[in-house]
Design a protein around this ligand. Structure first.
Ligand SMILES: *Cc1c(COP(=O)(O)O)cnc(C)c1O
Length: 351
């Protein structure tokens, strides 16, 4: 996206999220020529192929194309719990903070949150949170993990394995919210399937750093996916000629997942540039993936910072408890980074 300022053409640098990524030229071609059919009849060859390949990539039996990560998490929880069950999950997990309470309203489960400063869940947390078999208490049946975490860090494979073992020992199922699963795998230097092996069900987004216009995948056993497919239909998520979306999804999963290291490197380079600036503090321990978290000191008018940057052609979200998040992605090149740092420096000094 570009805007014209005077006679100059300025590239808009949108750091609000990796969800702003545009489909690649290759995706647009694949969409135009996709073979499609009625997916509710199971007739869409491109959706079927995406589901087959997603399952294979994560080492699961089956997969389901869903319209969003939120829908994937909803179906992941709903298809593995009964009404009144208790689910263990992080206090700042996406399911708790950003999914409009489907855990309570639609899944009708209790949430038992684990509130560690690093947002990780450890085996002891799980053991302590599991309810005893007592007539007064709701049964604990599911653990939800997240990787990468929304705080920009990744959870080591070994900890995931320990958590999975602790959950299984107590008879719990595990759902992994892997919205940025391939970012996590890239940062950890492991295969996405190794992370997926630490969960019974996994969801990942095609529509974030992988650049697909729409969609997420939910993966698990055949039997689980059959239940999720039925539940998807019930909430209105049965799609017809969805192969147009799946065509982009195949490119997202197979090609764009291989380049995420560039986004991570750009985030680290940007962080290093910002650290050089007066009055800017970067969270150096939250730089595992494509996110940079920063705070600004000495701003007289912090409420004007986002608008001031926008005038420079740089888009960011407002601060969350004083912390700004910048997200790198396919639309941000290494050559763009000095302009971002310079604009932040200028706006901070002017405000
Ligand atoms: C983005 C995200 C989701 C799902 O998001 P949608 O916008 O519904 O696709 C789920 N979990 C995490 C951690 C996310 O970052």
């Amino acid at each position: 996206m570009k805007i014209r300022i005077g006679v100059e053409i300025m590239k808009i640098l949108d750091l609000r999220s990796d969800t702003v990524t545009q489909p690649t030229p290759e995706m647009r071609e694949a969409i135009a020529s996709a073979l499609v059919g009625d997916d509710v009849y199971g007739d869409d060859p491109t959706v079927n192929e995406l589901e087959r390949q997603a399952a294979e990539r994560l080492g699961k039996e089956a997969a389901l194309f869903v319209s969003s990560g939120t829908m994937g998490n909803l179906l992941g929880v709903q298809s593995q719990t009964q009404r009144g069950d208790e689910v263990i999950l992080g206090a700042r997990s996406h399911i708790i903070t950003h999914e409009v309470g489907h855990l309570a309203q639609i899944c009708q489960c209790m949430g038992r949150t684990i509130d560690n400063p690093d947002d990780r869940i450890y085996p002891d947390d799980i053991r302590q949170a599991i309810r005893p078999d007592d007539i007064h208490e709701p049964p604990t049946t599911l653990l939800c993990l997240e990787n990468a975490l929304s705080n920009g860090t990744v959870v080591p494979l070994e900890l995931m394995r320990q958590d999975y073992a602790a959950a299984k020992e107590a008879g719990l199922n595990v759902h992994l919210d892997g919205a940025r699963l391939f970012n996590a795998a890239t940062a950890l230097g492991v295969d996405a399937a190794e992370l997926a092996a630490c969960a019974d069900s996994v969801t990942f987004c095609l529509s974030k750093g992988l650049c697909a216009p729409v969609g997420s995948m939910l993966c698990g056993t055949k039997e689980f996916i059959a239940r999720a497919r039925r539940n998807r239909k019930r909430i209105g998520g049965g799609l017809r000629q969805a192969g147009f979306l799946a065509a982009a999804g195949l490119i997202a999963m197979n090609q764009m997942s291989l380049r995420l290291g560039e986004d991570h490197a750009n985030a680290k380079t940007l962080a290093a540039m910002l650290e050089e600036l007066d009055g800017v503090a970067v969270a150096k321990d939250q730089l595992d993936i494509n996110m940079v978290f920063l705070t600004l000191n000495g701003l007289a008018a912090p409420e004007r910072f986002v608008d001031a940057l926008k005038e420079q052609g740089i888009l960011i979200n407002g601060a969350d408890h004083g912390v700004y998040r910048l997200v790198t992605h396919w639309g941000i090149e290494t050559a763009d980074l000095p302009r971002i740092a310079a604009a932040i420096d200028r706006c901070r000094k002017e405000l």
